[in-house]
Design a protein around this ligand. Sequence first.
Ligand code: HEC
Length: 196
Amino acid sequence: MNAVNRSLLLATCVVSLTLTTACQPPAEASANVGIEPRVMADALHAVMESDRTVYTRNVVNRLTKDQQVIKASEHWKDEPALPLPAQMFRMGAEMVAEKDVGFSYSLLSMWPINKQNTPRTDVEKAGLQFVADNKGQNFYAEESLGGQKYFTAVYADTAVAPACVSCHNEHKDTPKTDFELGDVMGGVVLRIPVGS
Ligand code: HEC
């Protein structure tokens, strides 16, 4: 075998070795184990956060600010207006609650426009404070509510578009008027029942 053929063979082996390895399922995937609550919470939150950002940037911000073709309003049912991002989020959360899958989530804030979105449990309060003080980090805890144990995760809700900031700062019911782009404005609280 000449040098060229030898290196061709070597290259083929490397490629097929890489492919074989890449195509193997990871060892733990074949084991029959459940998903860690934290892994599940992070995955669910990734979907929620992505949908929320897409809606705010590509629907609300674009149509209300960039193109100015429609407004977004709490009274979207009675007016030609888009539902607010927080209302879209709550409608999804309510539909999930109806499905009775145990897990639940909500959007809360220490500076809520709607007082119903105030943190209530100690874990909610600690979690919202933590994500506001530690940008980029999530908060995880266990809590017992009504005799049921929950894994509770809190994720920062961040001002990802100018519309987040201007609408909140200008709202008549806001207790805070100096939000800036990139600020933590509240948090998503996600609860998964665990054990007993
Ligand atoms: C056009 C106005 C508007 C826009 C845009 C908007 N919000 Fe809100 N937001 C509201 C109103 C009004 C509420 C209260 C809704 C309710 O619960 O009835 C709210 C609720 C919230 C809450 C729950 C706590 C509270 O204030 O009641 C958070 C957190 C929040 N918004 C963050 C954001 C973020 C982050 C963005 C951008 C991704 C955003 N909002 C975009 C008006 C707006």
